[in-house]
Design a protein around this ligand. Structure first.
Ligand code: HEC
Length: 194
């Protein structure tokens, strides 16, 4: 059926409804408005973070294949580039931690609040989507340290890695992690209607 016919049919029906029962017509308008927006679940945020996580993992693995020193560049240079390349049309994303290596990796306050709940209660460590007001949504996912992360975030760093990290990050606080520890979060902000 052509779209115009469907629309005309809808308008006529709504018109009739408003004459007979304005309350139901109003309810109908609310229902249509509610259905036209995406449900506020974790899907959109998770979809937005997916390429960030995948590209970062790929770059880190490729870097590690060349040796951890070149992988440090991946974390320092490539990670922010990937985040920037995916941040457009009102979307911005990043990663942060309660124990930062790079002090520039600060997240918006709303994301840090969710990070705090992850820290206080491990049972809360699952993807969360929140409405931020001003038609913005926020989504956060926990980042858990895996064995390969400990090469650069564990307690016993190889001397050359420790030196490279100390040189680039004199204020490093991102060491001493064990596999399974909460390392930080991925966060993304996006317009409510996409
Ligand atoms: C080759 C060394 C290396 C490895 C391996 C590594 N990281 Fe990092 N990581 C870094 C460096 C360097 C930074 C700082 C990057 C920057 O300047 O933004 C960093 C930053 C981070 C950040 C951002 C917050 C902060 O502290 O600045 C998170 C989160 C993170 N790493 C998690 C991980 C996880 C999870 C793994 C394993 C999957 C991992 N890293 C493996 C070196 C590494």
């Amino acid at each position: 059926m052509p779209r115009s016919v469907t629309l005309l049919g809808y308008v006529r029906w709504a018109d009739v409804m408003s004459k007979t029962n304005p309350g139901i017509a109003l309810l109908l308008v609310f229902m249509v408005a509610a259905c036209s927006g995406k449900p506020q679940d974790t899907t959109t945020g998770a979809d937005l973070l997916k390429p960030f996580k995948a590209q970062l993992k790929e770059a880190l693995q490729a870097g590690m294949a060349d040796g951890p020193i070149s992988a440090i560049d991946v974390c320092a240079v490539t990670a922010p580039q990937i985040a920037a390349s995916l941040s457009a049309n009102g979307v911005r994303m990043g990663r942060t931690s309660h124990s930062l290596r790079n002090p520039d990796n600060v997240a918006p306050a709303w994301a840090n609040e969710i990070l705090q709940t992850y820290l206080e209660d491990p049972a809360q460590r699952r993807p969360v989507t929140v409405a931020l007001g001003n038609s913005l949504m926020g989504h956060v996912e926990p980042v858990v340290a895996q064995p390969m992360c400990l090469v650069c975030h564990g307690s016993n760093l190889a001397p050359d890695i420790a030196l490279a990290i100390d040189t680039a990050y004199p204020e490093d606080r991102a060491r001493g992690f064990e596999a399974g520890d909460l390392r930080g979060i991925f966060w993304v902000e996006y317009p409510e209607i996409r």
